[in-house]
Design a protein around this ligand. Structure first.
Ligand code: ATP
Length: 435
């Protein structure tokens, strides 16, 4: 089976995503808006599963991480303290000939313009701040400027003392958050890989200074293991360490987890040692106490922070790409059962002899525990194909044997193998395989 060229794969995934109801262009009926996307019925299930698996591993399975859901609009001073007003910029160059805009760090300006092919047409590079601005209240003046947050992290730092006091956590402990972030990216693209509105899943882990290196290693290992848990192929994942010129202003050390996308190896998650930069700056700008009193050591200090920051939409796209496979007779999304939007589809072989009623009975029994799907239209082979394209791991068919022996046929998405089990065992069978 020859793999199609990389851009063709992306085109096919974009088209499958639309056809099956994973992801649509935003405002499509008006011609669309660049770099904004909407999730359809299958897309929201996939995204929800990704979020739930992250939350489960970061919050439910531990007792040292608390959750927060901070507001998108924050006091403008937050972004001065964080360094975003001055420093959250990308270097921008324009082509004087075709007026295309590029991030200078993403192209080679000594080469011809990638759009029109002319040489020496680039302007000098200038800094472009990526934060979206809006106005709070009825007056559109500088005093009412607020920003759409470009990262969720600051809502965690500003709540550090609130959450520590309310939860009575002691160091080391973390705070996790899932929420929208906005960046006025110069060159969005590659479908949902880089958009201007996206969701992040971030966790800030507060530690005693001096213990930061140890916790950095710990989180690198933990986070990489999570990607295997959501079913991504191990050989398509790697670490990339930031060199001195790549390090963000707040970071002492940073590693990206990268995935081999059809277009290149690219970041899906950043793990950063942010030191005491953020809490220290908020202490300075707000004049509030950001110290932690260490009862054991009987000393006060500003904790260091190890951050794990992942893009939810980018991860959803990665699961789609990783799962996508073209075979001679079918296109199949081989999602890990845990992320698959629909866990099982139930089909009556024919629309008579009481088969639809028996199928409905099975659906009713599974509903509540799983997202399940009923389909009675078309040949059974076509119904299987439709579920292959949705990534549904199991199809359950009610046939003549169900009437005679009370068994059903289970058809497996990946192997296409079929097996017969007792109708009463379906729930248990799925529970064992979807756990
Ligand atoms: P890049 O260098 O690619 O612009 P970054 O290093 O600025 O990314 P971070 O600030 O570390 O990215 O953001 C953490 C995560 O948030 C990224 O790993 C990515 O998954 C996600 N993310 C960042 N920007 C975007 C975007 N514009 N669209 C979708 N996801 C994004």
């Amino acid at each position: 089976m020859a793999k199609p060229a990389s851009n063709k794969v992306m085109d096919k995934i974009v088209s499958l995503a639309k056809r099956k109801g994973f992801i649509f262009q935003s405002s499509e009926i008006y011609g669309g808006i660049n770099s904004c996307y909407d999730y359809g019925p299958l897309g929201i299930e996939l995204k929800k599963n990704v979020k739930d698996l992250w939350w489960k591993s970061m919050v439910y399975e531990r007792d040292d991480i608390e959750g927060v859901d901070a507001s998108i609009l924050m006091h403008p001073r937050v972004w001065e303290a964080s360094g975003h007003v001055d420093g959250f910029t990308d270097p921008l160059v324009d082509c004087k000939n075709c007026k295309s805009r590029f991030r200078e760090d993403k192209i080679d300006v000594s080469k011809p313009c990638p759009v029109c092919g002319n040489r020496d047409t680039f302007t000098e590079s200038r800094s472009f701040n990526l934060m979206f601005k809006t106005f709070m209240g009825p007056l559109e003046d500088t005093a009412s400027v607020v920003y759409l947050r470009p990262e969720t992290a600051q809502g965690i730092f500003t709540n550090f003392q609130n959450i520590r006091e309310a939860s009575r956590q002691k160091l080391p402990f973390g705070i996790a958050q899932i929420g929208k972030a906005f960046r006025n990216e110069i060159t969005p693209g590659n479908f949902t890989f880089r958009t201007r509105e996206f969701e992040q899943m971030e966790m800030q882990f507060f530690v005693k200074p001096g213990e930061d290196d140890k916790w950095f290693e710990y989180w690198m290992e933990k986070r990489m293991a999570w990607y295997e848990r959501i079913g991504l192929k191990k050989e398509k994942l790697r670490f990339h360490e930031h060199g001195p010129d790549e390090l963000a202003h707040y970071a002492k050390k940073a590693y990206d987890i990268e995935y081999q996308f059809p277009f290149d190896w690219q970041e899906i998650e950043g793990i950063h040692n942010r030191t005491d930069f953020d809490l220290g700056r908020h202490a300075e700008f707000s004049r509030k106490n950001m110290n932690y009193f260490d009862e054991q050591a009987k000393e006060k200090y500003i904790p260091y922070v190890i951050e794990t920051s992942i893009g939810c939409d980018r991860t959803v796209l990665t699961t789609l790409i990783d799962a996508y496979e073209e075979e001679e007779e079918r296109t199949v999304l081989r999602f890990a059962p845990a992320v698959a939007p629909i866990k099982a589809a139930v089909f009556p072989l024919v629309k008579k002899d009481g088969m639809p009623e028996l199928a409905r009975k099975i659906i009713d029994d599974l509903r509540g525990d799983y997202r399940v799907f009923y389909d009675e239209s078309g040949a059974i082979g076509r119904r299987y194909r439709r579920q292959d394209e949705a990534g549904t791991p199991f199809c359950i068919t009610i046939d003549n044997d169900t009437l005679e022996k009370n068994t059903v046929t289970i058809r497996h998405r990946d192997s296409m193998a079929q097996e017969t089990i007792a109708a009463g065992q379906v729930k248990k069978y799925l529970a064992e395989r979807l756990a």
